[in-house]
Design a protein around this ligand. Structure first.
Ligand code: AMP
Ligand code: ZN
Length: 482
């Protein structure tokens, strides 16, 4: 627990605000989760590293955290304008599998990435299809005053609430800049609350409702699960910056309608007090995509030999509100930085943790606390950690306690990681580590005997197999697979 007040950037007001919990001592956070129709790309995972750092910071500051992340297994369309297919239905048809199997497979793949990136488990993974009854009840509560029915479904009339689109800012009163082609909509920005199954069609996922058989609109699930599991208003709602434009303004509109019909007639009551958005991870060629170009999954990074926490390090080096450009060189640099830290931490592993409040570390601890409290400035927090590691002539146990405390926020798993874990080792490598180590032992023996011809020959043979021997490497890496 530190006393520095936590300041966070609220997308709703576009201002840095001091965090004051709705329920004293508690922090209730909802993060928009993945749509499980495909593997997440590493850009998606940036959103969860960010939410994890936020959650860890709140815990570190002593708040009792309840974090919810949802799993979207229904309702998210291929097109923002309420047309197009449900992403889940589309993938299920392409793969000739049931939606439930598709959802299970990709949810598990997502969870594997969560684990690999040392993202903490939320209090609950809430699955959209588990809340269909609640979504229908919610829709019934707002239908009369705020919605209208068309042949294709039930639509929310955005003109019925105050300040529609305040979060996005870009949307004008006329809904300018929004393309919406569903026939009969009253305002361009109106959106589906319930999508009826067209006559004569059968969807894999459909439920009975007062508006006919069909499926909920995508935005409904987050309003319903956020309200049900955390209670309105809760503290913080997170998501990627794209959600600031459509998904979250629509969620807010629903929440306002819902709260008002329930007697809480507060126009500003948007469900959550603070809305936070991480910026995108981009590729040099532009926006990251699951379909175009090399599909940057975390598993691809692992297959190329990078430890997944190098990617976490890469995320922490940038501020979450800045765009971050992915490159393999950048990932390599993050890996090297992580390795330098891990090498220093290795020396502390046998120490018994002491008292972290030791005076010698006060400047670094203050710098660290100020950085994370300043809208989660992890890049400066990392520098504070490195400065603490560099402090000379101090008790190792005290240093250990200081670093452990900082890693509670950063989540780099520094006391479990080893240098060997961080060695670059592509899965495609045709030589095993044991073989490399054995060759290097032979080479060392040759050098002791001053048999440089033999030593060079071993180096050459290894080079042919893609192993670069690195004599005198300051990081003690000794070899790497190219
Ligand atoms: P989705 O599975 O498409 O609903 O996205 C999951 C999360 O990833 C959402 O919070 C998105 O806003 C976020 N997101 C999508 N693309 C990126 C990206 N390139 N960089 C960072 N976050 C992203
Ligand atoms: Zn959401």
């Amino acid at each position: 627990m530190t006393d520095t007040p936590l300041k966070l950037f609220n997308s709703l007001t576009r201002e840095i605000e001091t965090f004051t919990p709705v329920h004293p001592g508690e922090a209730r956070v909802y993060s928009c989760g993945p749509t499980v129709y495909n593997y997440p790309h590493i850009g998606n995972m940036r959103a969860y590293v960010f939410a994890d750092v936020l959650g860890r910071t709140l815990s570190w500051k002593g708040y009792d955290l309840t974090h919810i992340i949802n799993i979207t297994d229904v309702g998210h369309l291929t097109d923002d304008a309420d047309e197009g297919e449900d992403k889940m239905e589309k993938m299920a048809a392409e793969k000739a599998q049931s939606i439930w199997d598709i959802a299970k497979h990709y949810t598990e793949a997502y969870w594997a990435d969560v684990k690999a990136l040392n993202i903490r488990q939320p209090a609950k993974w809430s699955v959209a299809t588990d809340y269909i009854d609640e979504m229908i009840e919610f829709a019934k509560g707002i239908a009369d005053k705020h919605c209208y029915e068309l042949d294709s479904g039930l639509y929310f009339d955005v003109s019925t609430i105050q300040d529609y689109g305040k979060l996005a800012r870009a949307v004008t009163e006329e809904g300018e800049g929004r393309i919406d082609t569903v026939e009969g909509k009253r305002n361009a920005a109106d959106f589906a609350i319930w999508r009826k199954t067209p006559a004569g069609e059968k969807r894999q996922m459909e439920w009975d409702s007062p508006w006919g058989k069909g499926a909920p609109g995508w935005h409904l699930e987050c309003s319903v699960m956020g309200g049900k599991l955390l209670g309105f208003p809760f503290d913080i709602h997170t998501g990627g910056i794209d959600h600031r434009e459509i998904h979250h303004p629509n969620e807010i509109a629903q929440n306002q309608a819902h709260c008002c019909t329930n007697g809480l007639d507060v126009a500003e009551n948007s469900g959550a007090r603070i809305w936070m958005h991480n910026n995108f991870l981009v590729e040099r060629s532009g926006k990251m995509s699951k379909s175009a170009g090399e599909f940057l999954r975390l598993q691809l990074l692992i297959d190329k030999g990078y430890h997944p926490l190098a990617y976490r390090m890469m995320c922490l080096q940038a501020h979450y509100r800045s765009e971050l450009e992915f490159s393999w060189e950048g990932l390599g640099a993050a890996l090297t930085r992580l390795k330098r830290i891990v090498m220093q931490v290795e020396r502390l592993k046998d120490e018994i943790a002491g008292d972290p409040s030791h005076q010698k570390f006060a400047p670094m601890r203050e710098k660290f606390a100020a950085a994370v409290s300043d809208d989660l400035n992890t890049s400066i927090a990392l520098v504070a950690l490195e400065e603490a590691l560099a402090v000379k002539k101090v008790d190792g146990g005290v240093k250990r306690a200081v670093i452990e405390d900082m890693d509670r926020v950063l989540g780099l798993d520094l006391f479990s990681l080893t240098r060997e874990d961080l060695r670059i080792r592509p899965v495609s490598a045709e030589i095993t580590e044991t073989e490399i180590e054995a060759e290097l032992v032979r080479r060392k023996e040759a050098r002791v005997l001053k048999d440089f011809a033999a030593s060079d020959a071993i180096r050459e043979t290894l080079a042919v197999k893609g192993v670069e021997v690195m004599d005198g490497d300051p990081l003690g890496w000794e070899w790497k697979l190219g």
